[in-house]
Write a protein that binds this ligand. Structure first.
Ligand code: AMP
Ligand code: MG
Length: 311
């Protein structure tokens, strides 16, 4: 049966459209992801993105913040402040200390960056672990309390009320660095990237149209707790298996209860908090670990759009 002229015309048009779609499809560049990594802030950072430039942008920004916030780098602003007890600091350092004080208040002292003398007393700064005496703990506790940090808003000066006070931003700096790095990416119009920094993750945008899939740690370092699908969210894990020592069959971990002066001794192995930003996720995961399961529910209510998973 012969096709009419009209039908033949439509068939030809359909064929041309089909060819064009096929050509477009085959000419698509392959979906590839670029990976970059570096050790910064004492952690392995890994950046994954369809954008080639993302890795360098993130790692450069984190390195900049590491120079300001590390208590291990002699010339960092944090080290200078720890030595001098009073210092005019950059806007970034001022901001993170200010936010830390807010978390101190919100957690009734469970989150406390002035816990540093205790972290050192237990040997977690030098990695020479030590079981202190009651007297030593009492003496160190006198230097603890973020209410004893004075913030001079007008000129970005941070001042300690007592000589000998020290701060440690280990529970919040990586989360803050994630947020700063994401800001840099967005400024460059890079909107899809996964940043992994040990227990901290930020999932910016998506992976070729699908949320980023990440696995979070469970009861121990080698066990996957859950797989999460994240888009424009951060996840932070605090665990008792990150840094710890065992003495007389008792395990002492690196997260200290600032109210007692002793390492947190709860039945929780790890806590993961999901939030819209890295700083909140990081601070909250430490807080939940200190407070334990029951009090965690109350604290999470104070922070909308957050979720906690306890293992
Ligand atoms: P994270 O792994 O984020 O929970 O942070 C743990 C680190 O924060 C520790 O290695 C200490 O340097 C520091 N730290 C320990 N206890 C506290 C606390 N109660 N509040 C704030 N920082 C803490
Ligand atoms: Mg933390």
């Amino acid at each position: 049966m012969a096709f009419s002229k009209e039908i033949r015309k439509y068939l030809v048009i359909l064929l041309i459209i089909g060819w064009s779609i096929a050509l477009l499809f085959f000419n698509q560049p392959p979906k590839r992801l670029y990976h970059d990594n570096q050790i910064l802030m004492g952690t392995f950072w890994e950046v994954t993105s369809p954008s080639k430039e993302a890795g360098q942008i993130v790692l450069k920004e984190v390195a900049r913040l590491d120079q300001l916030l590390s208590k291990y780098k002699e010339e960092s602003e944090v080290s200078q402040l720890n030595r001098l007890g009073k210092l005019k600091v950059s806007a970034d350092t001022f901001y993170i200390i200010k936010r830390s004080k807010e978390f101190y208040t919100a957690s009734s002292g469970a989150f406390d960056i002035t816990v540093s003398p205790l972290v050192s007393l237990w040997g977690f700064t030098s990695q020479k672990h030590y079981l202190p005496t009651e007297q030593e703990i009492k003496a160190a506790l006198k230097l603890v309390g973020s209410d004893k940090i004075i913030l001079h808003e007008l000129d970005n000066v941070v001042e300690f009320r007592l000589p000998g006070m020290l701060i440690d931003l280990g529970a919040i700096a990586k989360g803050f660095a994630l947020d700063c790095a994401v800001k840099k990416l967005r400024e460059k119009n890079i909107n899809n990237c996964l940043i992994y920094a040990g227990g901290q993750i930020y999932a910016l945008g998506d992976k070729f149209g699908k949320p980023w899939k990440i696995a979070i740690q469970g009861k121990n370092k080698f066990e996957i707790g859950e797989t999460l699908e994240l888009k424009n969210k951060s996840a932070s894990t605090s665990g008792n298996y990150e840094q710890f020592f065992i003495k007389d069959e008792k395990r002492y971990c690196h997260i200290i209860n600032p109210l007692t002066g002793y390492p947190v001794d709860s039945r929780i192995n790890s806590v993961t908090v999901i939030a819209n930003d890295g700083l909140t996720a990081d601070a909250l995961s430490t807080i939940l670990f200190v407070l334990g399961k029951e009090k965690s529910k109350e604290i999470l209510k104070k922070f909308p759009n957050t979720q906690g998973k306890i293992f």
